[in-house]
Design a protein around this ligand. Sequence first.
Ligand SMILES: Nc1ncnc2c1ncn2[C@@H]1O[C@H](COP(=O)(O)OP(=O)(O)OP(=O)(O)O)[C@@H](O)[C@H]1O
Ligand SMILES: N[C@@H](CCO)C(=O)O
Length: 310
Amino acid sequence: MIKIYAPASIGNINVGFDLLGAAISPKNGKLLGDTVTIKSNNTFNLNNTGKFAFQLPKNIKKNIVWKCWNHFCKIIGKKILISITLEKNMPIGSGLGSSACSIVATLVAINKFCNKPLNSRQLLYLMGVIEGEISGDPHYDNVAPCYYGGLQLIINENNYISQSIPFFKDWIWIVAWPGIKISTSSARSILPLKYDKKICIEHSRLLAGFIHASYTQQSKLALKLMKDIIAEPYRMQLIPNYLKIKKQVLNLGAINFGISGSGPTIFVICNNEIIAKNISKWLSKNYLKNNQGFVHICELDTKGTRIIGE
Ligand SMILES: Nc1ncnc2c1ncn2[C@@H]1O[C@H](COP(=O)(O)OP(=O)(O)OP(=O)(O)O)[C@@H](O)[C@H]1O
Ligand SMILES: N[C@@H](CCO)C(=O)O
């Protein structure tokens, strides 16, 4: 038996659309991600458990876990006989990398079960391919941080897909999911097909500057450069009262605010625990639309996907 946990992640972090992502874990030690347990069996079998299992497709072949198993069997050229249990703790279409959690946990578990026929680069490549089948284009800004942990920059050149970037240890990350769904593919389809030259230059400045600020540990500079000029202007219309909520949270002392991945989860950065608690309370009262929604005060998850049972 092997049990793998894969953490939630924030894609984009306001700068670096599709290119920067951060793995997160609640500061109170709770696990915010999916788990996958594998046991050997005489046939393939998939069980879904967990709070959000009810959102999964009824057809087993539409479950990403089945797709991962199927891809893996094709790659190694044999049918892997296992029983898989997916604990679906991440809401689907939340903007917290729910599909990435299932993909990464499943592929890491199957690879370990089969004595690691794929190296970590081959695994990450496959994770991006499967993520792309779901959302329309391969993008690594959820699967890479989910797999490796921390803050990841997507390079996708030579032998690197992704590289760890130094981050600011005093930043507290709050995520608030209102309890409603936005599909990644629809949030991608509302973005322009082409961007103005000015926007391209400005985004290059923001991203290059942010990476420089991270390496030189200039927190204030990094925060100034964390601006979303690629997705937020188009996606904010999908999130009720987005600008009002943003203004209020910044007034409460947040040092950054944005849409997590394709939304509707929003993320907030603070550098003070009291402010973080106040904002978290305020969001619980004013941003959640139903009792499924949640707010978590988090830190970057530096461990990434890991074994939690054997
Ligand atoms: N195990 C699974 N986990 C998540 N989604 C799944 C799974 N199996 C199948 N799906 C399907 O994959 C799609 C995932 O949707 P989507 O990419 O919008 O969600 P998401 O991963 O939560 O988004 P984001 O990456 O912005 O956090 C849905 O159509 C969902 O039904
Ligand atoms: N970078 C992706 C992340 C999806 O969670 C997007 O914003 O569409």
